[in-house]
Ligand binder design. Structure first.
Ligand code: 523
Length: 146
């Protein structure tokens, strides 16, 4: 970034830099929630940590709460940021937070056609999006071994 680069109001979405996609490692009862995408075609059938794009002017944690409400019908609270960020398609970057359920039982309301709560030893049983795998591995360390 240069000193002359404006911090707000230009470029796609966020003024500077890439559009941030936030995703949640939703942890409950010693399990992690995996969500199977129903679209677009090239991603359908692959599993992801649920989330979506941060809107202009929106805080990433607020976007996370909003996306979980819209996509899963639950209220959730962001926890710690999982260190790292992962490039998606050009101009998009993925950032992940742990999250805990405050209320509701997740349902695949939009963007997904299946949900699974996975114990640590089950994490390899779904076909995760490649770009989600490092964060899933990191989230796994927060799950009980048994
Ligand atoms: N990813 C991704 N992993 C991941 C998410 C939530 C998203 O790789 N855990 C990618 C998939 C898309 C892009 O990030 O290429 C945007 O995610 P999407 O479509 O879930 O974001 P939305 O819901 O904000 O998008 P719109 O439906 O277009 O508003």
């Amino acid at each position: 970034m240069t000193d002359s680069t404006p911090h707000h109001g230009t470029g796609p979405g966020h003024g500077t830099g890439a559009v941030v996609v936030v995703a949640a490692a939703l942890l409950d009862g010693g399990r992690l929630l995996a969500a199977r995408r129903s679209a677009p075609e090239e991603l359908a059938g692959r599993w992801e940590l649920p989330g979506g794009k941060v809107e202009p002017g929106e805080r990433p944690e607020d976007a996370l709460v909003r996306e979980l409400r819209e996509e899963l019908g639950v209220e959730a609270e962001p926890g710690e940021r999982i260190p790292g960020e992962w490039p998606l398609k050009p101009g998009y970057v993925l950032k992940v937070w742990t999250a805990r359920l405050l209320s509701g039982e997740p349902r695949p309301l939009e963007d997904h056609d299946a949900l699974r709560w996975l114990a640590r030893h089950e994490l390899d049983t779904v076909d995760w999006l490649d770009q989600d795998r490092p964060a899933v591995a990191e989230a796994a360390r927060r799950l009980p071994v048994a």
